[in-house]
Design a protein around this ligand. Sequence first.
Ligand code: IPE
Ligand code: IPE
Ligand code: MG
Length: 233
Amino acid sequence: MEKITDFKVDENLRHIAFIMDGNGRWAKQRGLDRPEGHKVGVKVFERVANTCFDWGVEAVTFYAFSTENWKRPPAEVKTIMSLLSFYIDKCGDDLIKRGVRFRMLGDKSALDAGLRKRIDSIEQRSKHFNKTLNVAINYGGRDEIIHACRLLAQSGEEINSESFSRALYTEDCIDPDLVIRTAGEKRLSNFLLWQASYAELYFTDVLWPDFSDDDLKNAINDFYSRRRRYGGL
Ligand code: IPE
Ligand code: IPE
Ligand code: MG
């Protein structure tokens, strides 16, 4: 797959969020089991994250496992969790070398205690960096909103747009400017419901394991052809 090195974004595009969909269909098309699609999907996620940072994007968010994905067969859930766990084990040094802050978005309480500890450790080690990689695991937009409401109710803090944003899993992260969903479905599937309120949405039929630098560049060029009005004229 060709790497594009001579492309840059500007300050209008600071945060891109990805709904990585289509791993299962990709595998099926090749007569492979669904886990094979997820394995390639993780590699593509790592490459796309690095490409975004190389092109000057400040923050990227990847939807890896939703609160609804527990409905899948246990074997598939297990595969996805072990792939994520494997990624968490190996990503730390590389993220630190690249100056990237890692943050997990989602409810950690359902994760295996060992994995939770390793995630906490990378979050701590990387928290002073400016570039951000958010990975949404056991994440649901509704769950996140309820979680934020509980935090604010417990703390007694005044509820306003700023305090509410800070109580979300994304904390102080800027809102996404662009949300890209692969594999043809045109829905958010419970992703970043609050944060994406004014994001530009881009849908492509390309399946996630096939998503290339060229596909990313097309999505970004499409973003630059839009006019964001935010309710104004
Ligand atoms: C996205 O691919 C990965 C996760 C949701 C974990 P899918 O597994 O949803 O792939 P399709 O949509 O079945 O092709
Ligand atoms: C959304 O994909 C969740 C992730 C990409 C992690 P799904 O495949 O779970 O979404 P639906 O079921 O098509 O809405
Ligand atoms: Mg899917």
